[in-house]
Design a protein around this ligand. Structure first.
Ligand SMILES: NC(=O)c1ccc[n+]([C@@H]2O[C@H](COP(=O)([O-])OP(=O)(O)OC[C@H]3O[C@@H](n4cnc5c(N)ncnc54)[C@H](OP(=O)(O)O)[C@@H]3O)[C@@H](O)[C@H]2O)c1
Length: 215
């Protein structure tokens, strides 16, 4: 399996890249600057013995992915990044991790008119791309603590059942339990919950507050 992580040079994307590579997934890190992506990949390659990570421009990374492309950019870069890679995403699954946090106060979200970043991605990309939302509630600190398990569950939202099943299989490679949490509109609650978790981290001086589904 070869996946791409657009914005994979950043905090969330590099943590995911390290964990998936450790689990045997081929990862292409994407960046606005291919050289920056190659440097990030080279640094992560020092950490494990799994498949080699590689780096490329966001468009080349999206093109190289077989099926799944993960998006980890700040909300301010969401629309521009998706517009840039739209043609390379055709026929693939976009796993959107973006949270539209209020830049003035990360304990709040400012949702786009479509309802959530996930639904906005669907509007930008159209029917040729399956958009699935996931991982918005997992902190980069938890991902980067690579020798310890991730102590939270993943809520996966989206329109297409088969695309969600493929995304859930990718999540499970992180060693977590992932749930189909409903249609794209469920992403409104999941994205907003990230702001609540950030607020809990601040108020209670926690490192990585997360969600667990009690069964
Ligand atoms: N950090 C967390 O704990 C966490 C947890 C859950 C969800 N998320 C969500 O995941 C996404 C990424 O978060 P992050 O903390 O990883 O962000 P980040 O480190 O600030 O940025 C990630 C990458 O996005 C690219 N980028 C930054 N500004 C950009 C711009 N103006 N235009 C285009 N690309 C830009 C950069 O890559 P290049 O410069 O290489 O292009 C950067 O390395 C956000 O939507 C965030 O809400 C984060």
């Amino acid at each position: 399996m070869k996946i791409a992580i657009l914005g994979g040079t950043g905090k969330e994307g590099s943590g995911l890249a390290a964990r998936w590579a450790k689990a045997g997934v081929d990862v292409v890190i994407g960046s606005r600057d291919a050289a920056r992506a190659e440097t990030a990949a080279a640094e992560l390659n020092q950490l494990h013995q799994g498949p080699r990570l590689t780096g490329a421009s966001n468009a080349a990374a999206a093109a190289a992915a077989e099926r799944l492309v993960v998006l980890t950019v700040p909300y301010s870069a969401h629309k521009a990044t998706l517009t840039d890679v739209k043609s390379q995403l055709a026929g693939k699954i976009l796993v959107d991790v973006t949270v539209p946090l209020d830049p003035q106060n990360p304990r709040r979200v400012i949702m786009p008119l479509e309802g959530s970043a996930t639904e906005e991605a669907m509007a930008i990309l159209g029917d040729s791309v399956h958009v699935v939302a996931a991982l918005q509630n997992v902190s980069s600190g938890s991902l980067k603590d690579i020798d310890h398990p991730i102590h939270c569950d993943i809520l996966v939202c989206g329109k297409d059942k088969d695309a969600k099943a493929e995304a859930i299989a990718l999540m499970e490679k992180l060693g977590v339990k992932a749930y189909d949490a409903g249609g794209p509109e469920s992403a409104r609650a999941v994205e907003a919950m990230t702001a609540v978790l950030i607020g809990l981290n601040i108020k209670y001086k926690l490192k990585h507050a997360g969600l667990k589904i009690w069964e």
